[in-house]
Design a protein. Sequence first.
Length: 256
Amino acid sequence: MILAAMAVPWRLLASLLLLSSLAALPAQAQGGGRLACARDPSNEGEARALFVAGVAATNQERWADAISSLRRAYELSCHSSALYNLGYSLRALGRHREARDAFAQLLSDHADLPDEVRDNAVRYLDQERARVAVLELLDLDPDLRPRIVFDGREVADDGARPFRIETDAGTHALALRIDAHEPFLWNGELADGQNVPILVRFVPLPTTGADFEWGWIVLGVVAAGAGARPLGLRLALPAPPQPSTLSGLHLRIGGS
């Protein structure tokens, strides 16, 4: 029971559950940013309970539940065992970027890892790095900052060129927008570790009504007065010159 487990010192409990999870989970790899954590003695009980629940979820392959519990356990405790098991659960769920970042943080922030755990973390880190898919956006002007939306979420353009978007395997959609141009759209399926170069080209928006002489239209409005009927114009399809009598004025649109 969890209550009995909570009476066991954290470090012993973490070591026992960590080794248990290693034995229970499959060996093959599946599948960011740094996690902030703060060690607070007042949160020790909650963190321990979350860790126990998270490892129980991994043993039952309830990866989403495990991720939620273990992430919060690490945030409250900064214990390496919670971070290791979080990385493993992300790995099993195919979230390679987050798993890579979790193992990288584990190795950089926790120098006191047992040898077996460190060796596994190094191996998993290498595997997860190789499984991250990348879209490489080519030929973007370094002085241009387009609005980039990837899978419905806006991505900040830091000015790096070529611009790289890391993601996981699956179907993805990309849109880039700049003023006065049609959006650049891409969608496709990515496999684990695939690197896809995309040549970005922006097409200017077409201008409509460029051949119309707006002075004629203004003159017509001024001459017609409030009681005149409006003059119908088809902006998209230029018509041959047609005479039109408006309030006693004889106007020719597009001609002389």
